[in-house]
Design a binder for this molecule. Structure first.
Ligand SMILES: Cc1cc2nc3c(=O)[nH]c(=O)nc-3n(C[C@H](O)[C@H](O)[C@H](O)COP(=O)(O)O)c2cc1C
Length: 185
């Protein structure tokens, strides 16, 4: 099983303006790369996290429902993508609600599978900022298709438009204020 993603793909993901991560679709989904916006968002450098599972961002947060959704996606090769808010913590301990998107990159010769992910702090956002992020993520995915194709990799899943950015942002802000007012916070 080929484990390393093609260099052209990694170079492309590195220069994106949105936070991105790439992990192996096998084993415990260890991270293969994260880009600079990921580090700016989470406080974790590539050195901190490559080789580890990204669940480290969750610390002790229960996240039962979002984790179940993510596990279901990872366990079902037919499911092309998943999107869910999930409680995460920056390296300095600051909590945030991460709107996490994941989809699959599958090599046409069946030799390698990677999971592509993007992160966004929806709890410190405004609906317009979420809409702008969504546009950038969509553009990133759109340009990724031919670049990955050159390397024999198919990008699965299309990013569905967020129907109600205002509701998602409002809900995330409530989740964050609950977290911040929780005992021990
Ligand atoms: C490429 C990739 C990026 C991920 N990024 C995050 C993330 O930013 N935050 C997070 O909480 N979980 C992230 N996850 C999800 C966790 O790694 C894990 O799959 C999830 O917590 C469900 O599994 P678990 O219940 O075994 O932890 C990511 C997973 C992958 C494959």
């Amino acid at each position: 099983m080929q484990q390393e993603p093609p260099g052209s793909l990694v170079d492309y993901l590195r220069q994106s303006r949105v936070a991105l991560a790439l992990a192996s679709a096998h084993g415990d989904n260890h991270l293969l790369m994260v880009n600079a916006p990921f580090s700016a968002l989470t406080g974790y450098t590539a050195e901190d996290v490559v080789g580890r599972n990204c669940r480290l961002l969750q610390r002790e947060a229960p996240n039962a429902q979002p984790r179940a959704r993510l596990r279901e996606f990872l366990a079902q090769p037919d499911q092309t993508n998943v999107r869910t808010p999930i409680v995460n913590f920056r390296k300095d301990g600051t909590p945030f609600v991460n709107l996490l998107y994941m989809s699959r990159l599958r090599s046409i010769d069946g030799r390698s599978d990677f999971i592509f992910a993007s992160q966004f702090d929806v709890s410190r956002s405004q609906p317009e900022m979420l809409a702008e992020y969504d546009e950038q993520l969509r553009a990133t995915l759109g340009r990724l298709v031919p670049i990955a194709g050159e390397a024999g990799i198919v990008v699965e899943g299309t990013l569905l438009t967020i129907a109600n950015s205002a509701a998602i942002v409002a809900q995330a802000k409530m989740m964050l204020s609950d977290l911040e007012s929780a005992p021990g916070a």
